[in-house]
Design a protein around this ligand. Structure first.
Ligand SMILES: NC(=O)c1ccc[n+]([C@@H]2O[C@H](COP(=O)([O-])OP(=O)(O)OC[C@H]3O[C@@H](n4cnc5c(N)ncnc54)[C@H](OP(=O)(O)O)[C@@H]3O)[C@@H](O)[C@H]2O)c1
Length: 286
């Protein structure tokens, strides 16, 4: 039988990566408001210091900042272990740092794929495996991996990004299974289109095709808190996107045909990337 999740946020130590902007910063502030002790990791120290001040102002009794490039995997591991020592144990790890890679596969290089896998997949895996023995010995923790709808329903021109998020989902599912009888809980959040700098003019990325509705990063912060404190394994933001993933599973050939049509003319089938699962690309064929 699964061991129930008993994490309560006040006083708990939660390490959030990618906390300088977007979903990570919103999560840090929300955790602060819930009375958690919060560790923040990203590269840009000035932004982290600002988020740290906001997190303290929201109510966090203790906040620490680590400015680090998590693509440096030995450094990612060291940060995780340093944070463990600094807080005297970590109750929650939110693996959120990530970068986009919007590029047609014919223009993608192997180095770009490797670099996106390093940040989006290997760095959370490395931090998780570094802390896992300590978490098991201490007797409990919750790990929330910030994957993506793109890790269940791959978008056109995002092969490298989708690959990294599918990998993170697969790793998370098997961790949840392997640790089913232990008080170590592994969860995933699948954000859809969330209004953050990831959608902006990012170097070495092509412009996004999506031009539909965006959701606030606070919606993800709330979902991450729900995952940290309940027995839920997975949350889509918005929740209706779970139906999109389920529909894809029922007709994957239709989905691929519809996605190809979307890639050629986003206007024609753009509604499929919004909230109505009946308009998923390819639905009209089945
Ligand atoms: N926004 C969406 O629509 C959406 C949808 C699905 C999934 N997601 C996922 O949500 C997560 C957060 O993204 P976001 O949307 O909040 O975008 P964001 O505002 O651009 O946040 C990305 C965060 O990751 C950090 N980061 C990037 N490269 C890093 C590196 N090499 N080392 C350490 N930290 C690094 C960034 O900080 P620094 O630049 O300061 O290092 C920043 O704090 C990502 O994993 C993303 O894939 C987002």
């Amino acid at each position: 039988m699964a061991v129930a999740n008993t994490l309560t946020l006040p006083g708990s130590a939660i390490l959030v990566t990618g906390a300088s902007t977007g979903i990570g910063a919103a999560t840090a502030r929300a955790l602060g408001a819930a009375g958690a002790r919060v560790g923040l990791v990203a590269r840009r120290k000035e932004l982290l210091d600002q988020v740290a001040a906001q997190t303290r102002a929201a109510g966090a009794p203790d906040v620490e900042v680590w400015a680090a490039d998590l693509s440096d995997l030995p450094l990612a591991e060291r940060v995780a272990l340093e944070a463990w020592d600094r807080f005297g144990g970590i109750d929650g790890l939110v693996n959120n740092a990530g970068a986009p890679k919007r590029k047609h596969v014919t223009r993608l290089t192997a180095d770009e794929v490797e670099s996106i896998m390093t940040l989006n997949y290997f760095s959370p895996v490395r931090m998780t495996l570094a802390l896992l023995p300590k978490m098991r010995e201490r007797g409990g923790a919750v790990i929330v991996n910030v994957a993506s709808l793109a890790g269940r329903v791959a978008p056109p021109r995002e092969a490298a990004y989708a690959g990294s998020k599918f990998a993170l989902n697969g790793f998370s599912e098997v961790m949840a299974v392997d640790l089913y009888d232990e008080p170590i809980h592994v969860k995933v959040i699948q954000p859809g289109p969330i209004e953050t700098p990831i959608w902006g003019d990012v170097p070495d990325n092509e412009p996004p095709a999506y031009d539909g509705e965006f959701y606030p990063p606070q919606d993800c912060a709330e979902a991450i808190i729900e995952l940290l404190t309940t027995d839920k394994f997975e949350i889509y933001v918005p929740p209706s996107l779970g139906d999109v993933a389920a529909l894809k599973g029922q007709d994957v050939e239709g989905f691929i045909a519809g996605s190809a049509a979307f890639a050629k003319d986003p206007g024609a089938v753009n509604a499929s990337y919004r909230n109505d699962p009946s308009t998923i690309p390819g639905r009209e064929r089945s």
